[in-house]
Design a protein around this ligand. Structure first.
Ligand SMILES: Cc1cc2nc3c(=O)[nH]c(=O)nc-3n(C[C@H](O)[C@H](O)[C@H](O)COP(=O)(O)O)c2cc1C
Length: 220
C-alpha cells in the first residue's frame, strides 16, 4: 500500500545482523528448506493443533496486494470431512487421468508416479485447503491474488517443514468441488490442497534433483 498522510505509521521493528550472522542464518534456512520433500505416504499420528494454527499465522503474515490478505485456510481434521474430501477428489482425478489430462501432462507427471488414488487425503491427520478470496458481499476486490496467495502458501509450507511436519501441495483438477466439501462461498476459489502430518515410517519419495544455482540465478 502506498503511504499517504492519512495512513498512520509505526516504527519498524528490525534487528540488523552482522554479515557473518546473516550468512550463517540464511545457510541454515536454505539447508533446512532443501530437505523438504513432497510426501504422499502419511502416518495417521495426530499433529498438535497449535502447530498448524501457528503455521497458518505465519502464512497470514505474508505480504499481499494492497494488504487485502485474500486468503482462507480451511483446516480439515474430522474423519468425516476428510473422507468426503478424498471421495470427491478421487472422482475428479479419475476423470482427469482417464480423459482430461493431455498426453504431455501425463508424461510430465509420470516420473512422480501418481495416479487417481488419493489416500493421503484421509490418512494425513490434517488437510489444509487454501482458497483465494475474491470480491463478495463481505470481501473487497483483491489485487494480485495468485501472487499473494502463492507467497502465503510458500510461508505455510516452510513453517510446517520447520516444525518437522511433512506436506504435499496437491491440485485436484478441477477444484470447484472443494467449495461444497469445505462449505465455502463462491467468492472463495480453491487454490491448493495441503495434507499435513508425519511421514509414514516407510515413506519413499522420487529421486529428484534441483537445478543448480548457476541455472536458476543470473547476475547483471
Ligand atoms: C502448485 C503445485 C501443484 C502440485 N500438485 C501436485 C498434485 O496434484 N499431486 C502430487 O502428487 N504432487 C503435486 N505437486 C508436488 C510436485 O510434484 C513436487 O513438488 C515436485 O515433484 C518436486 O518434488 P518435491 O516437492 O518433493 O521437492 C504439486 C506441486 C506444486 C508446487
Amino acid at each position: 500500500m502506498t503511504q499517504s498522510a492519512a495512513q498512520p505509521t509505526v516504527p519498524l521493528q528490525h534487528r540488523r545482523m552482522s554479515p557473518e550472522d546473516a550468512v550463517r542464518s540464511v545457510r541454515a534456512f536454505a539447508d533446512q528448506m532443501a530437505s523438504r520433500r513432497s510426501v504422499r505416504d502419511f502416518s495417521t499420528d495426530p499433529v498438535p493443533e497449535t502447530v498448524i494454527e501457528t503455521a497458518v499465522r505465519a502464512a497470514a503474515s505474508a505480504p499481499s496486494g494492497a494488504n487485502i490478505q485474500p486468503w482462507r485456510f480451511v483446516v480439515v481434521t474430522s474423519p468425516q470431512h476428510k473422507r468426503r474430501l478424498r471421495l470427491a477428489a478421487e472422482a475428479e482425478e479419475r476423470e482427469f487421468y482417464r480423459r482430461r489430462a493431455g498426453a504431455e501432462w501425463l508424461d510430465a507427471i509420470a516420473p512422480i508416479g501418481t495416479d487417481w488414488r488419493k489416500p493421503f487425503l484421509e490418512t494425513a491427520p490434517a488437510v489444509i485447503v487454501v482458497f483465494e478470496v475474491h470480491r463478495g458481499p463481505n470481501t473487497p476486490k483483491p489485487y494480485y491474488v495468485k501472487e499473494s496467495v502463492g507467497i502465503a502458501v510458500g510461508i505455510l509450507l516452510a513453517a510446517l517443514h520447520h516444525a518437522g511436519l511433512a506436506t504435499l501441495a496437491h491440485t485436484p483438477s478441477p477444484m470447484r468441488f472443494l467449495n461444497r466439501v469445505c462449505d465455502r462461498p463462491p467468492e472463495e476459489r480453491p487454490y491448493l490442497v495441503i495434507p499435513v502430518g508425519y511421514p509414514a515410517t516407510d515413506a519413499r519419495v522420487p529421486d529428484l534433483s534441483r537445478k543448480p544455482l548457476s541455472e536458476v540465478m543470473v547476475r547483471r
